[in-house]
Design a binder for this molecule. Structure first.
Ligand SMILES: *[C@@H]1O[C@H](CO)[C@@H](O)[C@H](O)[C@H]1NC(C)=O
Ligand SMILES: *[C@@H]1O[C@H](CO)[C@@H](O)[C@H](O)[C@H]1NC(C)=O
Ligand SMILES: *[C@@H]1O[C@H](CO)[C@@H](O)[C@H](O)[C@H]1NC(C)=O
Ligand SMILES: *[C@@H]1O[C@H](CO)[C@@H](O)[C@H](O)[C@H]1NC(C)=O
Ligand SMILES: *[C@@H]1O[C@H](CO)[C@@H](O)[C@H](O)[C@H]1NC(C)=O
Length: 377
């Protein structure tokens, strides 16, 4: 917030102050980006000749977001969660955390993902155990002890300033697995952050509806996957769409959430993530189950409810299997048997030009052409 003020002030001041203020602003930004790096990563840029860099600049302004094909990442913040990271955080989490491979769903940072064409992120917040001060990004496991939600939003705003043709959707939910209880203070922190002056400049303010790409360019669009349980009167500043957690049926291949009753707007969601086969069914069988659920939902996306939002999760796991199919195995196979990503690619290519909606992927970068096939370029 203070940092933003520097820029506003500097723009009005004499040239010499401008230089000094600009330096301060840049230093403050660098500081924030460094703190956010465990979640944001580093911005390595993208080549304008690649098909996925700034790909939305070729899409007309009047295009409705619900008509677009938007590649996303599931549990986006887990991209650097290795055993080394987990071991380094044991002083916060205690030792009884399942192995890192169970949680890890990505291999590219948020900024690398943006530069690779990803436009939807699935992020979860909670308190950092032992430091009940700021909301921290979290999967069920603690991912990074210092990066705050504020830092990461700054990093995304900064990326959007450099890519003003692009629109990014942020799904945010509360995940309690860090063992810290949720309270009014946590809700107040996230609410203040989301309703600040700075946020109102960078988040699309429309309430209960998804508009056009033109309205969403250079901004974040909010998919609110949590409720405020302690904080009253949050509706007066509500924006984005509210995908109420009590309507998001766990592990379901077919969910409909009505997010705007009056305007008859729904989200159709496939989130069948934990494959329910008996133990030992093997990688091929587990992958086939998930692929079927994914394609069944995508087929509906291509043919039904053209003006409603479709979200299809291609991500999954069968961590309890013996041997386990962790997210990476489900997405990419085990070396001899292909995973969901490889098997989905030809289907997407065959259905080029159709509406898929949002497709949430694990380890998207490991299968060349996958993001292009989702976008249809
Ligand atoms: C990724 O994790 C490793 C191991 O914990 C750590 O050394 C490195 O700093 C992390 N990278 C970032 C960008 O935080
Ligand atoms: C947003 O929409 C909800 C649900 O229709 C409503 O309760 C709330 O008052 C609206 N808020 C604003 C700021 O328009
Ligand atoms: C997946 O779908 C195909 C085609 O509809 C079907 O032949 C196959 O039996 C299904 N497999 C599983 C595991 O559901
Ligand atoms: C696809 O649409 C049909 C017709 O509305 C519905 O019965 C079916 O459950 C849908 N499938 C999925 C996976 O959502
Ligand atoms: C993860 O990223 C590294 C560095 O870019 C790459 O060498 C490796 O192949 C990637 N692995 C997967 C599974 O995507």
């Amino acid at each position: 917030m203070l940092f933003f003020f520097f820029f506003v002030f500097a723009a009005l001041g004499p040239v010499i102050v401008f230089g000094a203020q600009k330096q301060l602003g840049q230093d403050a930004l660098n500081d924030i980006l460094a703190r956010g790096a465990p979640i944001l990563g580093i911005d390595n840029g993208c080549s304008r000749t690649s098909k996925t860099c700034d790909w939305m600049r070729n899409v007309p302004d009047h295009t409705k977001l619900v008509h677009m094909n938007l590649p996303g990442t599931h549990d986006s913040a887990t991209w650097n969660y290795s055993q080394a990271t987990q071991d380094s955080l044991i002083r916060y989490t205690g030792p009884n955390v399942p192995p890192a491979v169970v949680f890890r769903c990505q291999n590219q940072s948020l900024l690398d993902s943006l530069n690779a064409g990803i436009r939807v992120f699935d992020l979860r917040f909670a308190y950092n155990p032992g430091m009940q001060r700021y909301p921290r990004f979290s999967s069920w496991a603690l991912l990074a002890p210092t990066a705050t939600v504020d830092d990461v939003w700054f990093g995304l705003y900064n990326w959007l300033d450099k890519h003003p043709t692009e629109a990014v959707l942020i799904s945010l939910n509360y995940e309690s697995g860090t063992g810290m209880s949720r309270d009014l203070k946590l809700e107040q922190l996230i609410y203040n952050l989301m309703t600040s002056n700075l946020a109102s400049r960078y988040w699309v303010q429309a309430n209960g509806t998804l508009g056009t790409l033109g309205e969403a360019r250079g901004k974040l669009t909010f998919l609110q996957r949590y409720n405020y349980q302690f904080l009253p009167n949050t509706e007066s500043k509500q924006f984005g769409i509210h995908l109420a957690p009590e309507q998001w049926t766990d592990n379901s291949p077919s969910i409909e959430i009505v997010y705007n009753n009056a305007a008859h707007q729904s989200a159709f969601i496939e989130d069948y993530y934990e494959i329910g086969l008996p133990n030992g069914a093997g990688v091929a069988e587990n992958v086939q189950w998930k692929l079927n659920a994914t394609i069944a939902h995508l087929e509906n996306a291509t043919t039904l409810h053209p003006d409603q939002l479709y979200i299809t999760f291609a991500s999954s796991e069968h961590n309890d299997d013996v041997p386990p199919e962790n997210p990476i195995v489900m997405a990419l196979g085990d070396g001899s048997v292909p995973g969901v990503n490889q098997k989905l690619l030809p289907w997407l290519q065959q259905h080029r030009g159709k509406r898929f909606g949002v497709i949430m992927l694990d380890f998207f970068g490991a299968v060349p052409g996958l993001v292009e096939a989702v976008i249809g370029v």
